[in-house]
Write a protein that binds this ligand. Structure first.
Ligand SMILES: [Fe+2]
Length: 565
């Protein structure tokens, strides 16, 4: 299948459907594949691209089968690093550093995109010489080591339970899990496959959502240095893989204790990793906590949006079936929105209409539009319900063409913070998040993997980036740049390709917010892995590097500029 494009002579002459609501000047469609010919005059006049396509899988907006197979294939380690080929454009001369990415790399026996074992990718870009090197290694976790040694899962992953034969087998799994929880606290996987956070001292913190899924990684060699273990007495077995950086440099995150527990918000020293609780929020259901994946931070507050998606303990421990992996959706319970002062002095819990979210874009404080008082604006990817979780099952992702991916919209939640006299606002009933863009069809009603210029985190900002959709598609298949002041969107889309999380790298000395580039991996229509560098102001592609090995599906990462320690 991988080489079908090169050997077939099938000629496809149908049009590529493009949502007509996307301004033509704002949609960059390009094809690096020699056998595809873009007839741009036709495109500009009819909103369609006539193509000569050898692979049938790039005949529409769908991500190609080759790309889908590549990202879920078992990843190859690449040690030592190898050179990668700059195939078009030029790297900006000021761009010197490493793109460091986390995600799953071995899905054998797994059911869901979130289940595979952690694999780390490093791509070093030197804009001065134009040289690019890349490497890849699996994280040395107990979960993966056990799997390699025994051929069996040791821990449940997100959707895939530990295999058990019949009622007796399930009883043994329950007993093992309970005993492990009571004796060592290690009932959950240590497969830290979700994110990478830079730490002082040339270290990365690899995280997933279990307390034990926390590892220090060397950003140069991708060595697994050590597991992070805590003896501070802070309870909680679950956490988020999206820690936030407070203005003073400390890390803000939370653990979630259950049953009969809640959310323990903590401040963490980035050097010693010592944690101290600054706030506690009790669960609304004492035996069924809500699942929260991400948060947002302003200069003085943390915002936790808690959708009514409740963890079902029977499902989590025993693997019993529920509508959303191990969770139940109860929209009648509504959404809770917690605003926590970073100094720990105050927690206010608001209510909002039911919604679901995975990732938040940014948050900031500003004078209320009414002219009196202060409010917090929280911008995030808003889903009507959690069906996106089921969309990301491997069965759905591999099906061709597959179910259209659930819509998510870039919306803003406005939260009153202070009255005009400075008195804090108490709990309120918030209005539903409002659209931020004039035409939500313009980005395919989809935003994920949001990114901003990191210098504007927690502050008023204008530009949001992320992945988007050119529909129909069952995966995000475009990059987007959203101008929140004009309310417009610009897309980058390449037929058949699968983009991953973009990371904004500001130009040193840059004066405008969008002065920089987006750096991201893309799986090309033929299954090859590439890195693209896109202009932050136009989304025009400035450089493309093709890697000599396959990069699996990536979740979150970071860009470490050379010389930063
Ligand atoms: Fe995430």
């Amino acid at each position: 299948m991988k080489h079908q494009r090169a050997s077939s002579t099938k000629n496809y002459a149908g049009p590529l459907s493009v949502p007509t609501s996307i301004p033509i000047h704002a949609l960059h469609v390009r094809s690096p594949i020699r056998n595809i010919i873009l007839k741009s005059t036709s495109f500009q006049s009819t909103h369609a691209v006539s193509q000569t396509v050898v692979s049938p899988y790039v005949a529409s907006s769908y991500v190609s089968q080759e790309a889908r197979q590549a990202v879920f294939r078992r990843a190859q380690e690449q040690v030592p690093e190898v050179d990668a080929a700059l195939v078009s454009g030029q790297l900006p001369s000021w761009l010197r550093g490493s793109l460091l990415l986390n995600g799953c790399g071995d899905y054998r026996g797994m059911q869901h995109m979130f289940d595979g074992y952690a694999c780390l990718t490093r791509i070093h870009l030197d804009g001065t010489t134009g040289r690019v090197t890349a490497g890849q290694r699996f994280l040395d976790s107990d979960a993966y080591r056990s799997f390699l040694n025994t051929g069996r899962m040791k821990y449940r992953e997100f959707q895939t339970p530990v295999p058990a034969d019949g009622p007796m087998g399930r009883a043994m799994v329950l007993l093992d899990t309970t005993l492990a929880w009571m004796s060592t606290g290690r009932a959950f996987t240590d497969n830290a496959s979700v994110s990478l956070t830079p730490l002082p001292g040339n270290r990365l913190l690899a995280l997933s959502e279990a307390r034990t899924a926390a590892y220090i990684v060397d950003p140069t060699t991708l060595d697994t240095v050590r597991q992070v273990e805590y003896d501070d007495g802070l309870p909680g077995d679950l956490t988020t893989a999206h820690p936030k950086r407070a203005p003073d440099g400390s890390i803000i995150n939370f653990t979630h204790s259950f049953p009969l527990g809640g959310v323990h918000v903590f401040r963490q020293d980035p050097i010693s990793l010592a944690r101290k609780q600054i706030a506690f929020i009790r669960d609304r259901n004492p035996v069924s906590p809500c699942w929260v994946h991400d948060m947002a931070i302003t200069t003085s507050h943390l915002v936790v949006v808690e959708p009514p998606l409740f963890i079902n303990m029977n499902s989590l421990v025993l693997g019993e079936s529920t509508p959303f992996v191990f969770m139940d959706w109860n929209p009648e319970a509504g959404t809770r929105v917690h605003v926590i002062a970073l100094d720990g002095s105050r927690v206010v819990t608001h209510t909002a209409p039911p919604l679901f979210t995975l990732h938040l874009v940014n948050a900031f404080e500003r004078p209320c539009s009414s002219g009196t008082g202060t409010e917090i604006c929280v911008d995030f990817s808003v889903y009507d319900d959690p069906e996106i979780i089921n969309d990301l099952s491997l069965d759905r992702l591999k099906a061709f063409p597959g179910k259209d991916i659930s819509p998510s919209r870039l919306r803003r939640l406005s939260i009153p913070l202070l009255y005009a006299a400075g008195r804090p606002v108490g709990p309120t009933s918030l209005a539903a998040p409002a659209p931020l863009l004039k035409d939500e069809n313009a980005y395919g009603n989809f935003i994920e993997f949001p990114a901003i210029n990191p210098r504007f985190c927690g502050k008023a900002y204008r530009y949001a980036y992320g992945t988007a959709a050119v529909r129909p598609t069952n995966l995000n298949n475009a990059f987007a740049r959203h101008d929140l002041e004009l309310g417009t969107s610009t897309l980058w889309h390449e037929p058949g390709a699968l983009p991953a999380e973009p990371i904004f790298v500001p130009r040193p000395g840059g004066t405008s917010e969008d002065d920089g580039v987006l750096v991201a991996t893309v799986t090309l229509a033929d299954g090859q892995s590439a890195v693209v560098v896109l202009d932050g102001a136009t989304l025009q592609e400035r450089a493309r590097v093709v890697l000599p090995f396959t990069v699996p599906y990536r979740f979150h990462g970071t860009f470490l500029a050379d010389g930063r320690t």
